[in-house]
Design a protein around this ligand. Structure first.
Ligand code: ADP
Length: 550
C-alpha cells in the first residue's frame, strides 16, 4: 500500500517538473519561431523594396537620358539637314556609336508625313497623322509610347520630340526595342521562380514575364491605381504564390513589379525552424530524464526513510513492552514475595520443631523432612524468579563504574562451573587481554552474561561446548557467548526477545531472560546481536559503547 502511494507521488513530481519546465520551454520555442518568421519576412520586404527602387531609378534614368539625347539632336540640327535621308543616316551612326538603345530614326513634318527614315524597316513615305503617338507628341512636345505594333506589326516603343523651327514644325522619332526594357528590369535574377516586369496602367505587360506568353498580354497581377512610393502585392503566377514589391515610374505611367516566390525566399527559415524544433525536443528529453531521475531519487530516499522509521518503531515497541513489563513485574514480585517469606518461615519453624521430636516416635518423620526440604527448594526457586523480576524493575537507573569485562566473565563462569562440569559441557574463554575498562553497571552486565550462559547451557547436549569471548574496537567493547547447541529456527528469531516467550518446559523457562537482558543493555546504550544456524549453534553478542552516551 505504501509503495503504490509513493508511485503516485512519483508521477505527481514528474508531472509537476515537466509542467513547470516544458511550458516555458515550448513558449520560448514558439516565441523564437515567431520572431524568426517576422525577421525573415521583414528582410524579404526590405530586399524587394531596395531592388524595386533601384530598378525604377535605372529605368527612369534610361528613359530620361534617351529622350534628352533625342531632344539635343533635334535642337542642334535643322529640318533641312534632317529631312535628307543620308544626313539622317550619318546622325544615326554617331548616335549608335554611344548607345545601342535606338533601332531607327525618323523625321516627320507637321502633317504626319514620314519625310526621312534610317533603319531596318521600309517606312518612309507613310502618313502617321492618325497615329496616337503622333497626336500626343504634337500636343505635348515630347512623348514615350507603350509597347505597340504600329505599321511594322512588331512590338516596339517609340520616343519622339517636337521642334518648332520658325514656321516649320517637325518631329524626330526613334524606336526602342522593347527587349531593352526586359533586360533592364530583369537584371539580376531573383532565384529560380523570381520575376520582374513593367506594366502600363491597364496592367498590360511592357516587358516579358514568366506569367504570360509575351509583351502586351495582361499581367496576372491585380490592377493597381497609381500610388506614391512602394507597396507589397500578393498574386499567383503559374500556380505559384508570389509576393511582389511594386512602384510606379516617375517619368512614365508604367509600374515596375519585382516578384519572389515566398517559399523559395523563406527556405533558409525552414532550416532554422527545424533546428529550433530539434533544440526544443532535446531540451524536453533532458528535462524528462532529469524529472524521472529526481523523482526516483526522492522516492528511493522516502522508502529508505520509511524503512528506518519502521525499524525505530519496532525498537520503540520493544522498549515500551519492557517498560510495561517492568511495572507489572514489580507489582507481581512484591505480592508474591510476602507469601513466599511466610511459607519459608513456616517451613523453617516446622523444621525447628521437628529437631525437638524423637524421630522414632513420629511415624512419617522421614517423609515430613523430605517434604520440608522440597518446600524449601521450590520456595527458593520461586524467590529466585521474584528477585529477578524485582531486579529488572529496579534496573531503571544503572550505576556508572569502571568495569573490567574479562574479570566479570571469569566471575560469571565461576558461578556455573559446577553445573557445566556436571553436564559434561566444556566452557572455553578467549579473553582479549588489552580490553579497556568500560564504564557501566557491573552487576547488571553480569546478570545478562549469566542469562546468556544459562541459555547456552540449556541449548547444548552433554559434551557440548561453549566459548566466551571478549573484544573491542574504537567504538565498542563486546562479550559474546557461542554455543554449538540446537540453534534458533528462523521463524522464531524475531520472537526470542519478547517477554514470556520460551520454548522450554513449564517450570524450567520463564521467557524473561532475553527480554530483561535486552532492556538492560539497551538502557546502557548498547545492543545484543544474535547469529544462529539451526542445528549448529548460536552466538549472542553484547555490544557496549566505549564512550559514555547520553
Ligand atoms: P527462557 O530461557 O526462560 O526460555 P529467554 O528469554 O532467555 O527465556 O529465552 C527465550 C527463548 O530463546 C528460549 O526459550 C529459547 O527457545 C531461545 N534461546 C535463547 N538462547 C538460546 C540459545 N543459546 N540457543 C538456542 N535457543 C535459545
Amino acid at each position: 500500500m505504501e509503495k503504490s502511494g509513493h508511485s503516485g507521488l512519483k508521477l505527481t513530481i514528474v508531472a509537476a517538473i515537466l509542467a513547470f519546465s516544458l511550458i516555458p520551454l515550448f513558449g520560448l520555442g514558439l516565441f523564437f519561431h515567431i520572431q524568426f518568421t517576422e525577421a525573415f519576412e521583414e528582410k524579404i520586404t526590405r530586399t524587394l523594396r531596395i531592388m524595386v527602387e533601384d530598378k525604377r531609378n535605372v529605368v527612369d534614368m534610361f528613359l530620361n537620358e534617351n529622350v534628352n539625347q533625342l531632344r539635343n539632336i533635334a535642337y542642334t540640327h535643322t529640318y533641312k539637314e534632317m529631312s535628307d535621308s543620308d544626313y539622317l543616316a550619318e546622325v544615326y551612326q554617331v548616335l549608335a556609336a554611344t548607345s545601342n538603345a535606338f533601332v531607327d530614326l525618323g523625321v516627320f513634318d507637321a502633317s504626319g508625313e514620314h519625310v526621312a527614315y534610317t533603319g531596318p524597316y521600309k517606312l518612309s513615305g507613310l502618313n502617321y497623322a492618325d497615329q496616337e503617338w503622333f497626336q500626343n507628341v504634337m500636343t505635348k512636345g515630347r512623348y514615350v509610347s507603350d509597347v505597340f505594333l504600329g505599321h511594322r506589326r512588331f512590338p516596339h516603343i517609340i520616343m519622339a520630340v517636337k521642334r518648332q523651327e520658325g514656321v516649320q514644325t517637325w518631329i524626330l522619332r526613334a524606336t526602342i526595342d522593347s527587349e531593352m526594357f526586359t533586360d533592364l528590369v530583369r537584371g539580376s535574377q531573383l532565384g529560380e521562380f523570381g520575376d520582374a516586369f513593367l506594366v502600363n496602367q491597364n496592367m498590360e505587360l511592357q516587358t516579358q514575364s514568366h506569367g504570360a506568353a509575351g509583351v502586351m498580354e495582361k499581367a496576372v497581377l491585380p490592377r493597381q491605381g497609381r500610388f506614391p512610393g512602394f507597396r507589397m502585392v500578393e498574386f499567383v503566377e503559374n500556380g505559384r504564390q508570389m509576393i511582389a514589391g511594386v512602384t510606379w515610374l516617375q517619368t512614365k505611367n508604367w509600374m515596375l513589379v519585382v516578384a519572389e516566390n515566398p517559399e523559395e525566399a523563406l527556405s533558409p527559415l525552414v532550416g532554422v525552424r527545424w533546428r529550433t524544433f530539434g533544440i526544443v525536443l532535446a531540451g524536453a528529453l533532458i528535462i524528462l530524464t532529469g524529472a524521472v531521475l529526481t523523482a526516483s531519487t526522492m522516492i528511493r530516499q522516502l522508502n529508505e526513510y520509511d524503512r528506518r522509521r519502521a525499524e525505530s518503531d519496532a525498537a520503540l515497541m520493544q522498549s515500551s513492552k519492557i517498560a510495561s513489563l517492568g511495572k507489572m513485574a514489580a507489582g507481581v514480585a512484591h505480592e508474591i514475595n510476602n507469601p513466599l517469606s511466610l511459607i519459608r518461615e513456616s517451613a523453617g519453624w516446622i523444621q525447628d520443631l521437628l529437631t525437638e521430636e524423637d524421630p522414632e516416635a513420629i511415624k512419617n518423620f522421614g517423609e515430613i523432612e523430605d517434604s520440608l526440604a522440597k518446600i524449601d527448594k521450590h520456595v527458593e526457586r520461586a524467590r529466585n524468579v521474584t528477585h529477578r523480576l524485582l531486579g529488572f524493575a529496579r534496573r531503571m537507573e544503572p550505576m556508572q563504574e569502571n568495569v573490567n569485562l574479562n574479570a566479570l566473565v571469569d566471575q560469571t563462569v565461576a558461578f556455573l562451573e559446577n553445573e557445566a562440569l556436571h553436564r559434561e559441557v566444556t566452557v572455553e574463554r578467549r579473553l582479549d587481554s588489552n580490553l579497556p575498562l568500560v564504564t557501566t553497571d557491573s552487576a547488571q552486565v553480569q546478570q545478562v552474561v549469566l542469562n546468556l550462559l544459562e541459555n547456552a547451557l540449556d541449548a547444548v547436549n552433554s559434551q557440548g561446548r561453549i566459548i566466551l569471548q571478549t573484544g573491542y574496537d574504537d567504538r565498542e567493547a563486546r562479550i559474546s557467548v557461542q554455543d554449538n547447541g540446537c540453534g534458533i529456527p528462523k521463524d522464531m528469531a524475531s520472537k526470542i526477545f519478547d517477554p514470556f516467550f520460551t520454548t522450554k518446559k513449564t517450570g524450567e523457562g520463564t521467557g524473561l531472560g532475553l527480554s530483561i537482558s535486552y532492556g538492560i543493555i539497551k538502557k546502557m546504550g548498547g545492543r545484543i546481536s544474535v547469529e544462529s544456524e539451526p542445528g549448529a549453534g548460536s552466538t549472542f553478542t553484547i555490544h557496549l559503547p566505549l564512550a559514555a552516551e547520553e
